[in-house]
Structures are given as structure tokens and as C-alpha cells.
Design a protein around this ligand. Sequence first.
Ligand code: PLP
Length: 378
Amino acid sequence: MSMTAHGHVLPTYARSDVTFVSGEGVWLFDADGNRYLDCLGGLAVTSLGHCHPGVAQAAHEQLDRLWHASNLYWTEPMEALADRLSARFGGAAAFFCNSGAEANESALKYARRATGKPGVVALEGGFHGRTLGALSVTGQPAKRVPFEPLSPGAAFVTPNDVEALAAAVGPATGCILVEPILGEGGVHPLEPEFLAAARELADEHGAVLVLDEIQCGLGRTGSFFAFEQLGVRPDAVTLAKALANGLPIGALLVSADAPEGFGPGDHGSTFGGNPVACAAAVAVCDALTDELLAEVREKGAGLAAGLASLPGVTEVRGRGLMWGLELDRPAGPVVDAARGRGLVVGSAGETVLRLTPPLTITTDELEQALATLQEVLQ
Ligand code: PLP
């Protein structure tokens, strides 16, 4: 095994040589005292900005009361969070876990239990996590193939290809699992017609429609759930990333109208519903006000126009404050050059630059980010 200067960490990530030591709002600070405008938000996680005072206070207060009691008992923050999420969904029940992959594992198990059917139809380019079950339904061969054989039963169709979807969904399909905006796959929004077809096909064949809103949910597109703007009602939604603004948490939400699935003993997680993470997540839900969501839509429209006029950008895709820029060159060096000028952005594939800034970013800060990208891309 090769050893680097950071030799005691397994090399699963190609990390940049920067150590961040603190964060405040949209700003990150490194160990050398440099400051960076964070337009990645820890990969769509710190959506309210680093160390958001309301979320920090909620977590601190819970740290001083109770950290863990186990899922053999109720805790107040977990129930409060389930109530908040159910109200936003319009009637749903939650299972809590610790990450996005686990949320999708929960969804796959729920779908299997609810329908008794093993088939899962997912999307080419889709990403649902790195654990073996979530990886089996991830439509990115480079991530999947080295770990095959995986769980059988997955079929992949091209995003927005209604005919291919209709051909793939059949009597053995228990679950249709899609991201309303494919994130890791290059920021590709699904069209409302495609989601409407997914809803119809799921109903026709007795499958459940699960939306993975781990990256695009929780206000990122300018509504609490991305599906609210797409005219579809799923049977279940998975959440993680921004749910506690950076504390580890994941959730499966099952609609009150969806087929019954889980009973006692069917699923579990020692840390799932952790009181500190749930207290933080309640504060996140409360901070995602209608005003903030409207601002996200407005700032997003302005940002998209600015991004489209940058040199070397051939296409701009996304919604709200989740954008992918198709470049005429590799994205990696652009990410590095931007960071060298104090701007953190990411990539989503070889030639796609990704921006998922905190939802609280100001228009002045967005202008600053655009100016830096202009310099880097020209
Ligand atoms: N689903 C989507 C849409 C994601 O973007 C991610 C992570 O990027 C995951 C699932 C996996 O989440 P986690 O890394 O928390 O397991």
C-alpha cells in the first residue's frame, strides 16, 4: 500500500493538498490562514453556511442534554424531526440513519418488503452511494464494475428516455429509483414528463417510486423537496447531506399513501435518529423558510445567467443553487485554479464544473465567484 504525507488514511479519495481548519457562513479558512469563498458547500451539505448559529445552538443544547439513548426508546429530537419532515411532505413516516447510502439501502429494503419484488429500475449516470446495495443501483460502471457481482435485479435506462423507461419497468419491478437532478452524474435535471411516466409505470406495475433527493433536496432547488416543482408525488424520498447542515444523518421518508413495508425488526441502525443530529436537523428545517426558498430561486436564476456567459462554458444545467457547467476543457484544473484564487467549486465528471453554494450566499458573493471563474476560464 502506498504511503503519502498523510499515510495513515486509506487513499479512497484524491484529496487536494489543503487542510481546512474553520468555517463561517460562506467562508472556509485553511491551516495557513487563507480564506476561500465556498461555492461547493461541502458537496451540497453546509447549505445554511458553515457553523450556522441557529443550527449550532440547537446541536450544542442537545449535546448538553442527551447524546444517545438507543432506538429501544423515543427521543424528543427524533420525533420532532419526523413531524417536521412529515408536515413538509404532506404526510409521511421517517426512518433515520447516518448517510445517503444508508438512506438508499433503507429505501431498497422498504421497496422489497412493500412489493415483494426484487427488480429496481434506475438511471444511467445515477448515483446512490458506495455501499454494496446502493452501488448495485448506481448507473456508473466505473464505480460499480470493480465490485461486481453486486445485488442482482437492477436495470438502467437513459435519463429522460420515456420509451426506455417503459421498456425496462415490468411485473418484476419493485422500485423505480431516480434523482430528480442527477448530481454526481453531471447535474442533469429530469423532465417533468419523464417523472410523470415513472409515476404512471410504478402504479401500473405495482412498484414504488423512490426519489433520491440526497443532493437536490432540502431547499437546494428552491423548494423544500425538488419534486414539488416537478409535478410528481413519490412513494418515498431519501435525504441526507444538508439535513443537519454537516452533522451525519440520513432519512427515508415513506408517504402516508404508499404501500406498507417495514414492521418491527425489519430494519435498524444503532446511531439512526441520533438526538444531536436530529436537533440540528430540526433547526435546519425551521431555517428553510418560504422567504429563503424564494431567494434561492431568484439568486439561482441570476447565477445561471452569469454562468452561461462565462468563457469555455458550452451548457449550463441545474435549478436553484445546484448548477453544472459543461466546459470545453477538463474540469479538474479549473477547480484547482479557482481554489488558488480563493474560490472552492467542484466537478461532476470529466468536463463538468459543479456549484452548490450555501443557500444563504449573497448576490455580491455570487458576483465575486463569477468574477473569479471569469479569470480562471479565460
Ligand atoms: N445519493 C446521492 C444523490 C448523492 O449525491 C450521494 C452522495 O453524493 C449519495 C446518494 C450517497 O450519500 P453518502 O455519501 O452520504 O452515502
